[in-house]
Ligand binder design. Sequence first.
Ligand code: G4P
Length: 531
Amino acid sequence: MKNSESIEKRRTFGIIAHPDAGKTTLTEKLLLFGGAIQTAGAVKNNKIKKTATSDFMEIEKQRGISVATSVMAFEYGGKQVNILDTPGHKDFAEDTYRTLTAVDSVILVIDCANGVESQTEKLMEVCRMRNTPVIIFVNKMDREGKDAFTLLDELEDKLDIKVRPLTWPIGMGDRFKGVYNIYEQNLNLFQANKTKREEEIVSIKDLNDPQLNDIVGDAFADELREELDIIDGVYDNFNREAYLEGKVAPVFFGSAVNNFGVQELLDTFIEISPSPIGRESDARYVEPGDSKFSGFVFKIHANLDPKHRDRIAFLRIVSGKFERNKFYHHVRLDKNFKFPNPTSFMAQDKSVIDEAFPGDVVGLYDTGNFKIGDTLTEGEKMMYKGIPSFSPEIFMELENLDPLKSKQLDKGIHQLTDEGVAQMFIMQPGNRKIVGTVGQLQFEVIQHRLINEYGANCRFAPKNYFKACWVTTDNKTQLDSFIKAKGNYLAKDKDDNLVFLAETQFLLNMAEQDYPELTFHKTSDFKLETR
Ligand code: G4P
């Protein structure tokens, strides 16, 4: 198959949601409809159950599951669909942000009762940074929830994106009758069904067809006609270009657990979603059709077996063809590597692959050479731009409890932060290490892994920092005086960039006022320009 055909065939996307909205359930149903699994229940719930924050077995399980389900690929409608999994727990949100750099579009799942929740908003902000096309699936229509129009308003308001319903619910909760497919003009009747796919589709080309009344009853039929009239009046016709530019999100209604509305979603997704798109690098924009191979690492996963320290680096292919056993250039290290066992993940199965194309994700076994954001090419010196690191929200100082194991501790914390589990800032004097994360759970994961994988015993002492800001300037005199005054609050990140650890918003404002020539960056974005 020619490269261009392989590219056109692929659809690489992620499913995002606030925890509990139904991401896992929808993923499973898509796999079921796509024929990748035969029965429901095959995909394990990829989340740490709410109460189990200290249950390390759960953390281990989560890690195991997320390796197995990192990429789920299946063929459907002549396309190869690659679903990239995103962690369900909010403390792993950074992982999700990074995964979003590797997808070409997303499906956002909303719970019809809860509407837009905090995590939904954050995830959408990240999508908007890259104008990622979004399809919205309003889930749990078999339960009482918000009125559909209210939900659409809330989506537009809180997510700052225009919406366009492509299916429309008839009733809700106990009175849920089904969805009308505005796009296809047919009616799909609801019957609760958790295991099989079996639906009754009635084609109604003319909404005034009395058959509609016979099927759903007069009241619902009239309401549907009225509501569809309103939709036509209020919302512009669906425009695929606007969707591809991330300006409008088509909306579907359904109930994932009951297999309802999923077929419409999948069929439309196949039809409208983008094939692999190119990526911006620090040298140029790289098109997927470029003949030379290139790709970037967006996720690193430690091996579950502590006896084998190797890790899996997940590489998204941006351009050209990736081939097994061919030498590729690791741009940051300026070294060439070849990969004898590149792995693809098909639902639960792993297999070694010989080649892969733009849009694909391959797992590369790694002994510590990769960091998140690393780029592989056929020799060209360029680095892909990713999602920047955000300032962490919780800071702790790492304390060594076993002086004889300081080397192991050092190696462990470096490797774990390379994986993106947390960020590390080093303070002087004494090389004190401050670890920053977005969630408490990561500290438990780090402590557990340091002892189990590196034999290093440690403790975390809380630090009351409010934000870590990367500091840049051209004014050396002002920088020197800042360093002199704020020495106790300064650290270096792992790439040797200067970071100010501000204790409060007030102190940060003061620093900005007192040193107007310095720029205090809240994200590591600036590194992309200076790299
Ligand atoms: P997540 O990955 O987004 O966190 O959500 P997940 O799919 O695990 O779904 C969260 C809960 O919502 C699950 O119930 C799931 O069964 C339920 N759910 C998903 N889709 C629907 C739907 O369309 N209608 C209704 N009524 N419920 C739905 P749980 O009790 O937490 O887990 P389980 O014991 O059912 O697996």
